[in-house]
Design a protein around this ligand. Sequence first.
Ligand SMILES: Cc1cc2nc3c(=O)[nH]c(=O)nc-3n(C[C@H](O)[C@H](O)[C@H](O)COP(=O)(O)OP(=O)(O)OC[C@H]3O[C@@H](n4cnc5c(N)ncnc54)[C@H](O)[C@@H]3O)c2cc1C
Length: 307
Amino acid sequence: MTAAAMTATPAAEFRAAGTDLSERRRSGVSTGPLIDISPAPDTIGMHWGDDGSLRIGAFTTIAAIAADACLAAAYPGIAASAQGLATPQIRHLATLGGNLAQRSRCWYFRSPHIACLKKGGTECPARSGNHLYHVAFDLGPCVAPHPSTMAATLLAYDARITTDRRSSLAIGDLLGDGTDGRADNALQPGEMIRSIELGVPLPGERALYKRAISRSHAEWPLVEICARAVIKDGAFQFVRLAAGGIAPVPLRLTAAEAALQGKPTKLSTIAVAAERATSGAKPLPMTGYKLDLLKGVAQDLLERLAE
Ligand SMILES: Cc1cc2nc3c(=O)[nH]c(=O)nc-3n(C[C@H](O)[C@H](O)[C@H](O)COP(=O)(O)OP(=O)(O)OC[C@H]3O[C@@H](n4cnc5c(N)ncnc54)[C@H](O)[C@@H]3O)c2cc1C
């Protein structure tokens, strides 16, 4: 099947490594036609610009991103996220494009017997059902959190995305704002991610990634944050905090960022910022616990960045 034909067949899906797709095929949730996609020289690997910027091909595996020493030096938050994700076996196969475009982990969505909003249903069954692992920022009709770790981290890095139809799309525009409960991203049917672009690292910037998880590994996080900072003369000159696991899309924690901008790296300042990480939260009856996790992860990362 060609990409043009997929446009006319919305249920058709690309298959990269298939680590997400295969499970949905087996359970009968994904039933449309498949198009196998494979890398071309410009859609795999790291392509460094003369200025120190980086373009990562969408077919690059998570393991390759996790193991690249130059990438880890320039973008440590991205390397750390890739190293902490899934299992070694999954990382070895899974592609960056597939990670960004993977579908929701909600158990109602993954059940072939339940029609949720993402499968043409009229309501989100998790909202009135079991939503223990779901959003704490209730932004739209679907309450499943966005599943992509790399999307949250790339948001902290203001990454841009090139598809076969659009160039230099802000990652936030690819992900949408979470108000369309029917989709996991704003890709059009048949639109393929080709690469991810990262700007030149800021002088002196540091970055860390941390997740809170319900078991030691091989699980999506309950809460995850990638934090970047430039600290100069004992003050936060630049801060970016982006979180996953808490909302239908990864979120910038802008109130916490604002509480740190230009401020000294004192524990009291960090404590205020960590408290503000939950600004705008609207937890569901079962997800209030995620706010404490969010504050704790933010506080820990900021204290370590300030050390
Ligand atoms: C035990 C376990 C734990 C996991 N933990 C995490 C975790 O903590 N964080 C996390 O982020 N993920 C986690 N994952 C998910 C894993 O990272 C994804 O399954 C993987 O990244 C998907 O990549 P893939 O290449 O296999 O995509 P595929 O399965 O091939 O595709 C996934 C989806 O993306 C679409 N797609 C693929 N490539 C493109 C492209 N280039 N352009 C447009 N659409 C595309 C496909 O059509 C499909 O709908 C976990 C998985 C397992 C099994």
